[in-house]
Every structure is written in C-alpha cells, then in structure tokens.
Design a binder for this molecule. Structure first.
Ligand SMILES: NC(=O)c1ccc[n+]([C@@H]2O[C@H](COP(=O)([O-])OP(=O)(O)OC[C@H]3O[C@@H](n4cnc5c(N)ncnc54)[C@H](OP(=O)(O)O)[C@@H]3O)[C@@H](O)[C@H]2O)c1
Length: 230
C-alpha cells in the first residue's frame, strides 16, 4: 500500500478560535515574522491545499514569497512553488482566481462527481480536474496526491477543510498560531466545525512545541506517530 503524504495543518486563529471575521476583507491574524515562518513551511512542501470557500473569500496566491527559498527548491530539483490543490462540490470557483493565475505550477481541483463535467468545461484549461467522489473523499485525494509524487502536504484551511482532515485521521501535525485579539462574532468561521475528533478528554493530543513569535504564539501538535519534530 502506498503511504499517504505527511500532512501538516496550518492555521492562524484569534484567541476565541476564529479564522476570520464576518467582513468581506481578509482578516490578518498573524504578524510579518510568522508569515515568513509559514513561507518557509510552504517551501518545504510538495503541495498546498485549501477549500474552495477560501479561494472565493481570500483569493490567495499560495506561492513561496522568498526568492531564496524558491531558488533552493529549484536547486533540489523541485518546481519553484508547490502544487496547488483545492476541493469543491459546487465548482463555483472563478478560473480568474489567483489560485489558478499566479505561478507556473500544477493546479489540481478535486471535484464532487456530479460537477465534474461542468468543472472540466470551466476549469479544464487552468487546472487538472479530478473526480473526487460525492462528497469528495479525502482518502481518495491523499492517495491520488501520493501517486502524483506528493510526499508532504500542507493544508492551509479553511475550517471545513481542517475539520475533515482531523476527523478522518489524515493529519500528522497541526501548527496553530494564536493571534492576540478576539473576533467575538459567531457569524465568522471557526478553526473547526462540529465533528467526531480523534482527540478528546480521554485521548489528549501531544503538544510538541510552543514558540513565541512576536505577539503571536505557535503551538505545534503531533497528531500521529509519523510526526516529524525537525
Ligand atoms: N486564518 C487562517 O489560517 C485561514 C486560512 C484559510 C482560510 N481562512 C478563512 O476560512 C474561511 C473559509 O473557511 P470555510 O470553513 O468556510 O471553508 P473552506 O474549508 O475553505 O472550504 C469549504 C468548501 O470546500 C469545499 N469542500 C470541502 N470539503 C468538501 C468535500 N468533502 N466535498 C466537496 N467539497 C468540499 C466546498 O466547496 P463548494 O462550496 O465549492 O462546494 C466547501 O464549501 C474564510 O473566511 C477564510 O478567510 C482562514
């Protein structure tokens, strides 16, 4: 059996557990030093995955910002940027989104079976569209990414994506950054939604590292025996 990619979940949240506020503009939770740390983590991965709602809401580029880190990837025989991956049921994603237009790197859209045909017509020129089942099965996604050569996968949100990786037992590591403020608005998305998580009061996750980065704190949790501390 082919082992799934080492899967690292990365997330910034407010003290009260929100990923964003309820406004249209993207909420910046982290600080420059932490954005740079995230850039380094990105540069060490083969693929970055976000949910379709994050593409619609934030229009992220999902590229490695540092020229030195891109050059180091190329020197290792890799593409300058990791592959971009998303998951959608509706396929209501704009082909003009920066997910598709920024960076000359493969983009993969795992689409729910009923939307595959329309996804192919809409996104076939800008991405590889893969039938992911109905709803998209993350076991299938990670297995398919393994076949495509992805050994290290970074999941950058949003909350519904994190929830599914955690509840499906498909996460090896969680990097959670807590920003020093409250959002205080239950209309905003949370780090996770309701779910049957493998870690509860009777099975505590392993806290592997606590690091202060300016005014935020990084908490690293080891979620599987594959956890890589370095
Ligand atoms: N602070 C941070 O670190 C951070 C990082 C990323 C995002 N965010 C924030 O998080 C918010 C978005 O999070 P979210 O939880 O609402 O959404 P999300 O996880 O980004 O995306 C959810 C969408 O992904 C698709 N999807 C997920 N699982 C699926 C499955 N199994 N089968 C088919 N489709 C599936 C669906 O797309 P369709 O609707 O197209 O069917 C669903 O609506 C935004 O406000 C963003 O700013 C924050």
């Amino acid at each position: 059996m082919v082992e799934r990619p080492y899967t690292l979940l990365s997330c910034g949240m407010s003290i009260d557990g929100y990923l964003d506020d309820a406004a249209q503009e993207r909420l910046l939770l982290s600080n420059e030093a932490d954005f740079d740390r995230v850039d380094e983590v990105r540069a060490g991965c083969d693929a970055i995955l976000v949910g379709a709602a994050t593409i619609r809401q934030d229009d992220p580029r999902l590229l490695v910002r540092s020229a030195e880190r891109r050059a180091a990837r190329v020197a290792r025989g890799e593409t300058p940027n990791p592959i971009k991956v998303t998951v959608t049921g509706s396929c209501a994603i704009d082909p003009g989104a920066q997910f598709f237009t920024a960076g000359e790197v493969d983009k993969i859209v795992y689409c729910a079976s009923p939307s595959v045909e329309s996804a192919q017509a809409k996104l076939g020129d800008v991405a590889t569209v893969v039938d992911g089942g109905e709803p998209v099965d993350l076991h299938l996604v990670t297995a398919d990414l393994t076949v495509r050569g992805v050994r290290r996968l970074m999941v950058e949100g949003g909350g519904r994506m994190h929830t599914q990786f955690l509840t499906a037992g498909l996460a090896d590591e969680l990097q959670l950054v807590v920003a020093p403020f409250f959002v205080g608005d239950s209309r905003a998305p949370r780090f996770v939604t309701d779910g049957d998580f493998p870690w509860g009061p009777g099975r505590r996750a392993t806290l592997a590292e606590v690091r202060q980065i300016g005014d935020v704190v990084l908490l690293r949790y080891a979620l599987s025996d594959r956890f890589q501390p370095a």
